[in-house]
Ligand binder design. Structure first.
Ligand SMILES: [Zn+2]
Length: 243
């Protein structure tokens, strides 16, 4: 059965094609968000070589600063992309600016107008302001990728019908475990955010999509279902958001 890693930056690994073939062999599918237009083009070229990439999303990583021309180009490309992302509001590398909110609003409008899935990076204090922008723009389909937020904000996101994703860190990190318990199984997605290096048992290694199997085992135990029925649910969630 297909198992999808819903957030993998395949263009950021040294041998993307090699990893893609390993995923193909092991029945792992990928949703690949992009960092900028160059990253988007690279991912489209990889998708042309393998049906393992279900969708390539077009976005601008919000932690980086982008030139006006790059923003315009990404917005134009996003209109015809399969999905929109990764976009959102910065929280780790720098403080959010008015311009960040304006850029995020523009991407939300594209997702709303074209009824495409939006892959959102907005963590901690930025999750709720991002939610407000999405609701104002009428975004219907979105995932708060690797969400870190308090219970009140997480519950608001769920009540709005959006999805939330967790990574293999859910297997050992209490913060992510508490979050998962607030998310109904029809609104949870799994991802690695690879090749990001996770902590705990994953420390020191670039993440590979195969690690979502650990997160799946954990989710199945929490929801009290078998691993195969969890995967069935998860893949339905993937289809509902992205197709
Ligand atoms: Zn990412």
């Amino acid at each position: 059965m297909r198992r999808t890693d819903t957030h993998y930056h395949l263009d950021q690994v040294p041998d993307p094609l090699g990893l893609l073939h390993r995923c193909e062999r092991d029945q792992l599918a990928l949703i690949t968000p992009s960092m900028n237009p160059a990253s988007y083009r690279e991912l489209l070229a990889l998708q042309a070589k393998s049906s393992t990439i279900l969708q390539v999303a077009c976005g601008l990583h919000p932690e980086s600063i982008h030139a006006d021309e790059e923003i315009e180009e990404a917005l134009n490309l996003a209109r015809t992309a399969q999905a929109v992302g990764e976009v959102g509001l910065p929280g780790y590398e720098r403080k959010v600016t008015k311009r960040d909110v304006q850029v995020f609003t523009k991407f939300c409008r594209v997702a709303a107008d074209e009824n495409k899935a939006l892959i959102v990076h907005a963590v901690h204090d930025q999750a709720e302001p991002a939610l407000e922008v999405m609701l104002d723009c009428g975004v219907r389909k979105a995932v708060f990728h690797w969400l870190k937020a308090n219970a009140r904000v997480a519950s608001r996101i769920v009540a709005c019908g959006y999805m939330v994703s967790v990574t293999p860190e859910v297997t050992y990190r209490k913060r992510d475990q508490d979050l998962l318990r607030l998310i109904p199984k029809s609104q949870l997605l799994l991802e690695t955010d690879g090749p990001w290096e996770h902590q705990g048992p994953y420390q020191g290694k670039a993440s590979i999509p195969h690690w979502i199997d650990d997160a799946a085992q954990y989710a199945a135990a929490v929801y009290g279902c078998s691993l195969s029925s969890w995967w069935e649910q998860h893949e339905q969630n993937v289809d509902r958001l992205f197709f």
